[in-house]
Design a protein around this ligand. Structure first.
Ligand SMILES: [Ca+2]
Ligand SMILES: [Ca+2]
Length: 238
């Protein structure tokens, strides 16, 4: 029984690492402007998990905004670095599954006048995403939350259970997001999901952005990493 549980945890972790390696190789190969070779997904650090910042709790998960921590108060980092900072705390970049959770994040941005934040949203445009008809067209059906590997609703309609679409109606090209606008400028794919605060006179809204851009971030508890660290560190307070 214990063996099965342990195997499950390792399998889950291996899957995370595998999907991340694919993401890393994508960042490296598709963004020549911003190549940072040899970057991998960070593993959780039990002591950091135990002492992770718990700014607020929603439906049993803790969150924090980097701008509210001593250590990352003024930090702006690229998407992968942001994920890795969160992951060392047994968290990951925020995944926004519901309108209620989105409202919480929008309010956090508004109250702090934050210009933008990273989320774990990612376009499945790397190795392993080919030949997946269910993800086509990619700009509509190809987005997922890296933290949970859950798929995002189609980007061109109001998600089921929501009263508005979180994606901006405008951007650099004055067309609805996601627009992959930077591709036309320098060939960089806009493969990461950021919430921008009125950058295009569009209020607080979701945008696809090149993953190399440096931004503050919001971390959310990762069930997967917390379960893994709990199972491998009996008695650790999490
Ligand atoms: Ca979430
Ligand atoms: Ca865009």
């Amino acid at each position: 029984m214990t063996g099965t549980v342990t195997f499950g945890l390792f399998a889950a972790l291996a899957l995370t690492v595998t999907s991340c390696l694919a993401a890393v190789s994508e960042v490296k190969t598709n963004n020549p402007v911003t190549q940072k070779p040899g970057r991998f997904l960070s593993l959780p650090v039990p002591q950091k998990c135990s002492q992770r910042p718990k700014e607020f709790n929603y439906k049993g998960r803790n969150y924090f905004f980097s701008g509210h921590t001593q250590q990352y108060k003024t930090s702006k980092v690229d998407w992968l670095e942001a994920r890795n900072i969160c992951r060392e705390y047994c968290m990951d970049l925020v995944s926004i599954e519901t309108q209620e959770e989105n409202n919480l994040i929008f309010r956090l941005i508004q109250q702090n006048d934050a210009p933008y934040i990273w989320t774990s949203g990612r376009l499945c445009d790397f190795k392993g995403c080919e030949n997946r008809s269910d993800l086509e067209p990619k700009s509509v059906n190809g987005w997922f939350w890296s933290a949970t590997r859950g798929k995002l609703p189609a980007t061109n309609q109001t998600p089921a259970g929501w009263t508005y679409s979180p994606w901006s109606k405008t951007g650099h090209k004055k067309t609805p997001q996601p627009d992959n606008a930077e591709s036309d400028i320098n060939g960089t794919q806009e493969s990461c999901l950021s919430v921008l605060n009125n950058v295009y006179g569009d209020g607080i809204a979701w945008h696809d952005i090149g993953c190399y851009h440096e931004k503050p971030f919001v971390c959310e508890d990762s069930d997967e990493l917390l379960n893994y660290v709990a199972a491998t560190n009996p008695g650790l307070q999490l």
